[in-house]
Design a protein around this ligand. Structure first.
Ligand code: NI
Length: 174
């Protein structure tokens, strides 16, 4: 099944840290991960964090192929992730399924290594660069209640916030 992706300013929990996952390898967890991928592909995203579907757990799914048929899948599931190494810089356009219609240049590290649990609860380390590194940083931010807007200048952030408030008032932001 697909979930509804909640939008920025409509759900305060999007801006709060999510809770550590303590139970692994359960049917519920496997189902949730399947449903998160289904939701992400349906929304044409390359990453989705559980808080975006109003589930406040430190869990995120990524596939930098976006599920495109002619692109090799590149799936990474991160539970309770933390960045343990980061290097270099990259700047590129970034969007978010919780802030549809807004894309901005965002500075990120070029390469990161993340320590996380896999679905069985084993500790794994995953390294990525370029788009994968960007996706991992964006999604881990979500688990800390941080949206990509936090990486913009206060002025840009305020302009976007004002536009969204208008969309909200017009009933076009739900
Ligand atoms: Ni996002």
């Amino acid at each position: 099944m697909t979930y509804k992706v909640v939008r920025y300013l409509n759900n305060a929990n999007l801006e709060r840290p999510a809770q550590t996952v303590t139970e692994f390898d359960t049917p519920e967890l496997h189902q949730l991960i399947d449903d998160m991928y289904e939701t992400m592909y349906a929304s044409r995203g390359i990453g989705l964090a559980a808080p975006q579907i109003d589930i406040h757990k430190r869990l995120t799914v990524i596939d930098t192929s976006g599920g495109e048929a002619d692109v090799e899948p590149n799936k990474v599931i991160l539970i309770n992730p933390e960045i343990v190494h980061k290097e270099g810089k990259q700047t590129g356009e970034e969007g978010c399924l919780s802030i549809p219609g807004f894309r901005e240049q965002v500075k990120r590290h070029k390469r990161v290594t993340v320590r996380a649990h896999n679905v069985k609860g084993e500790v794994i380390e995953v390294s990525g660069e370029d788009l994968m590194a960007r996706a991992m940083q964006h999604e881990i931010d979500h688990l800390n209640g941080v949206l990509f807007l936090a990486h913009l200048s206060p002025l840009k952030r305020e302009v976007i916030r004002r536009k969204i408030r208008k969309l909200q008032q017009a009933g076009e932001w739900e």
